[in-house]
Design a protein around this ligand. Structure first.
Ligand code: HEM
Length: 406
């Protein structure tokens, strides 16, 4: 669907006249836009979870726009970064607004990413023919994580410094290349100017690279077409609807609802998602009692802490992301959607519970009962992908699939 049907429409003669026709005859951008974003056909039964791709696109644009203006006023140096953020907050016209939008945007971008990813896992959107779509999505996840981490370093507050210290030491624990790699990342023996400057460049460059990979992601999407809650491919024309006005309007509703949550967090509870310790300038001589990443890294931090060895913890927390790349080949079930897979559906909610539990472990530090919970949740997390997904189809009794979407 989608790709082939719309290409056909794109090849039809244009009836438009004037500037649009003149440009299209030389560079068919309008024709391409019409085929891919107006007439493009989508399954008719998509639910609200299919809004999150559009929401992510909007938040990404907001992040780039606010980021550019923040960068104009930010100083990437260890002794000046914190003060430049204070100037942005207090003196730059609307600087407080730019920063509030950028900080809330970072948190909500990650939240939307997790929902988007979960949707893919739940409805089996990673299965053939959407493997590359899934893989480009995961590349975006990794790039976003790196960008978010690099961004968090920039204010050079206590958490920026000590968070970077924890990550640097974790990298240093890699046998063999670890110490050299740590030195390359940190730039000198002590975290300071070189590190801040490097991470500023990394943050800026990655943000735009993400935009490029989103282009590949959506291209791959338009080749295979969207999956849908039933996981059954549209069989006839009446199973699909054109993107505009049906899904363009539905996406707008999703974006507005998301915008309301966004505005509430940015304007009513600006400190809910941020760490108070980062409003103190970095002090290499004073280790905070609790070193804690932003909420969206907490599950991975929980895994890091639950594994007894430092290197083992690093392998397990990196593995928790890397295992997602293998999912299209780990799950042999011919049925896509968890709606028709009773066992898989329960196991998947178990995965969500384990992920949340790991976040709590990261928050409370893996000691005592939290350590036991962290280890159980880590085991379940990996067992879901490496045992349940590959073997469940052998004894799972799936429910009958619908023959049509309409
Ligand atoms: C910068 C981050 C991302 C952006 C801007 C983005 C954007 C989009 C958009 C616009 C869509 C189409 C609308 C929709 O289905 O929601 C989409 C679909 C999809 N994305 Fe992403 N995405 C991102 C990250 C990810 C990640 C991390 C994954 C997970 C691996 C992923 C996997 C998918 C899949 C599987 C689909 C097709 C889903 C289906 O039709 O069932 N994306 N994405």
């Amino acid at each position: 669907m989608g790709g082939s049907g719309t290409v056909h429409e794109a090849d039809q003669p244009e009836t438009k006249s004037g500037a649009v026709a003149w440009i299209d005859a030389r560079l068919p951008v309008f024709r391409w836009f019409r085929a891919e974003y107006v007439d493009y056909r989508m399954p008719r039964n998509l639910n609200g979870l299919w809004n999150f791709g559009a929401i992510l696109c909007v938040v990404l644009v907001l992040m780039l726009a606010t980021g550019i203006f923040l960068a104009m006023n930010y100083t990437p140096a260890a002794n000046a970064a914190f003060a430049s953020i204070e100037v942005i907050e207090r003196q730059v016209p609307a600087g407080w607004l730019l920063r509030a939008l950028h900080m809330t945007g970072a948190s909500l971008f990650m939240a939307a990413l997790y929902v988007h990813l979960f949707r893919g896992l739940y409805y089996g959107s990673y299965k053939s023919p959407r493997e590359i779509l899934w893989l480009t999505g995961l590349v975006l996840l990794v790039m976003t994580m790196v960008t978010a981490f690099a961004g968090y370093v920039l204010p050079w507050g206590q958490m920026s410094y000590w968070g970077a210290d924890v990550v640097g030491k974790a990298v240093g624990a890699i046998p063999g290349i670890g110490p050299d790699l740590e030195h390359v990342i940190e730039g000198s023996d002590a975290l300071g100017d070189i590190f801040v400057h490097r991470f500023f460049v990394l943050h800026f460059v990655m943000a735009f690279a993400i935009l490029g990979v989103v282009g590949l992601h959506v291209w791959a999407l338009h080749v295979s077409g969207s999956n849908n809650p039933s996981g059954v491919e549209p069989a006839k024309a009446s199973d699909t609807l054109p993107f505009h006005p049906y899904y363009s309007s539905k996406d707008m509703v999703g974006i507005v609802l998301f915008g309301i949550v966004f505005a509430a967090l940015a304007f009513l509870w600006p400190d809910l998602l941020s760490e108070p310790a980062n409003y103190r300038p970095a002090n290499p001589l004073h280790t905070p009692t609790d070193i804690e990443p932003e909420w969206y890294f907490l599950p991975f931090y929980g895994i890091l802490q639950s594994v007894p060895s430092k290197f083992g913890g690093l392998v397990a927390s990196a593995g928790a992301v890397l295992v997602l790349f293998a999912v299209p080949w780990l799950d042999p079930s011919p049925v896509r959607s968890a709606r028709f897979r009773p066992l898989c559906r329960v196991a998947l909610w178990g995965l969500v519970a384990a992920f949340v539990l790991l976040g709590l472990v990261g928050r409370h530090h893996a000691a005592g009962v939290w350590m036991i919970a962290g280890r159980c949740a880590t085991l379940y997390y990996f067992a879901y992908f490496l045992v349940l997904l590959p073997f469940a189809p052998r004894f799972e009794k799936t429910r009958p699939l619908p023959t049509s979407l309409s």
